[in-house]
Design a protein around this ligand. Structure first.
Ligand SMILES: C[S@@+](CC[C@H](N)C(=O)[O-])C[C@H]1O[C@@H](n2cnc3c(N)ncnc32)[C@H](O)[C@@H]1O
Length: 447
């Protein structure tokens, strides 16, 4: 036997020096207690770290009910396993083989529940968010806030975990999209399926009155009066999101008509609704309440010391022009674009340098608000990366001299009473030219 010492001076006993024995033993038993089985396809160090923290922080029951990185705990299959398996995520036949293999590879990471609705740029990995919620110590019955919820990944995850969610975004389109994804969790699938045969009529109704969302909704609610109003509203939201999603596809590709895209996306959404309804009813789970609003994260209309956990991902400086991206959808919401761009963090200012200055000013306000509303001793996680190329140009400095935004927000947090706990790096695949890494920055409000 060999004795090694780790940093804290504790001895680690390695039982055999034989390479074959060591390899045969593996390493997971050193990290995880017996009976815990991690999700397949787990491939990154930050995922292993999150799994490790979950295994240390959650009880066995919590691991079974809400863990993100385990398929078995105490030899019992977890809910995450059931949410992500069974009927595979229904991807349309015309999808590229690359997309199909992405969904297979990412079965436990993304695309499950209603996360596959609408390809919103910059959205969180749901599995990662679920784990971060867990390791921040946020429990069923608590309240989680995402003040920049985008497509609503955090509220969807939280309410599936029995955690109340408050979500906010300055974009009316994001508010709508997040609401539709949350609504889809509690629709009776049979009610939605009734609309399957009406896809052409729905499509021409939506097309005929393209400009005004409220009017579309009022007409729909009036036309289909044979079910409760609340169910009709949820169904309208899901159908209209499918309509906007198909609009995007039709603009990007001419392989199908807009109507054909609408039909297949509706079918896909419908399959997701059926799948999650089955899991929820199997476990007798009722998603927790959510309150999703259009608002400005710099001025939160929330009581001080009332929130149990915060998670958000701000725009990465000015890497993505969310307004430009969402313009075709925003027009349905009668949006005053110049006014909206005044509230969008990363959009204010003319030159890159001015934009960056205003970005920091805005982030300071957001972090200060987060600190105010968070209960003492609770945590706030910020997922953030840095576009080094852009910042070095904006500040006219060498790329190597750019200070990462994860460090900048950590410093702001410190000034606002949030102590740094840890920053977990995560590789970004697909945007390697502009951003190679992002960080999960975990801060804690002083007692
Ligand atoms: C990186 S995205 C968030 C994506 C989200 N985490 C998800 O999973 O979809 C950043 C979001 O911040 C929103 N945003 C920008 N400025 C804002 C502000 N002042 N208040 C609230 N939301 C804002 C943008 O509309 C955008 O949806």
């Amino acid at each position: 036997m060999a004795e090694h010492s780790n940093k804290s001076g504790q001895g680690i006993t390695i039982e055999s020096k034989s390479p074959a024995e060591i390899i045969k033993q593996g390493m997971y038993h050193l990290l995880f207690p017996e009976g815990l089985e991690i999700c397949p396809n787990l491939s990154e160090v930050y995922e292993l770290a999150l799994a490790y923290y979950e295994s240390r922080i959650l009880t066995t029951k919590e691991l079974i009910d809400n863990s993100a990185y385990f398929v078995k705990a105490d030899n019992e299959l977890t809910r995450h396993y059931f949410i992500c398996t069974g009927d595979p995520v229904k991807i349309p036949d015309y999808s590229s083989s690359r997309l199909k293999s992405f969904f297979v590879q990412n079965q436990f990471r993304t695309g499950y529940a209603t996360h596959g609705f609408f390809p919103y740029r910059g959205k969180f990995h749901p599995q990662m968010i679920k784990a971060v919620i867990n390791i921040m110590g946020v429990k069923p019955g608590d309240t989680l806030l995402d003040p920049m919820m985008g497509s609503g990944t955090a509220p969807v995850e939280a309410c599936l975990m029995g955690i109340k969610a408050i979500g906010m975004d300055s974009s009316p389109f994001c508010r709508f999209m997040a609401q539709a994804k949350v609504d889809a969790l509690t629709i009776n699938p049979e009610n939605l399926e009734k609309f399957m045969g009406k896809a052409e009529i729905l499509f021409s109704d939506f097309k005929a009155c393209p400009a005004v969302f409220d009017q579309q909704k009022a007409e729909f609610l009036e036309k289909y009066r044979d079910m409760e109003k609340i169910e009709r509203e949820k169904i309208f939201n899901v159908l209209f999101l499918a309509f906007l999603d198909s609009d995007g596809y039709a603009q990007r590709s001419n392989r199908k008509t807009h109507l054909e895209y609408f039909q297949s996306i509706f079918e896909r959404y419908s399959a997701a609704v059926k799948k999650i309804a089955g899991v929820l009813s199997h476990f007798n789970m009722i998603p927790a309440q959510t309150l999703l609003t259009q608002g400005d994260a710099r001025h939160l209309d929330i009581e001080a010391n009332s929130i149990d956990g915060i998670i958000f991902s701000p725009p990465y400086s000015f890497a993505i022009d969310y307004l430009e991206n969402d313009l075709p959808h925003l027009k349905y919401f009668e949006t005053n674009i110049p006014k909206l761009s005044e509230t969008m963090i990363g959009m204010r200012g003319k030159s890159l340098k001015e934009k960056y200055g205003l970005y920091l000013e805005d982030m300071e306000k957001v972090i200060s608000e987060c600190s105010r509303v968070l209960k003492k001793g609770r945590m706030c996680s910020i997922i953030i990366g840095t576009n080094d190329n852009q910042l070095s140009k904006a500040l006219n400095i060498q790329k190597e001299a750019v200070v990462g935004l994860h460090k900048v927000v950590t410093e702001i947090g410190k000034q606002k009473g949030l102590v740094h706990v840890r920053s977990l790096p995560r590789q970004i695949v697909g945007m390697a030219n502009t951003m190679r890494q992002e960080y999960i920055v975990i801060l804690r409000k002083q007692e």
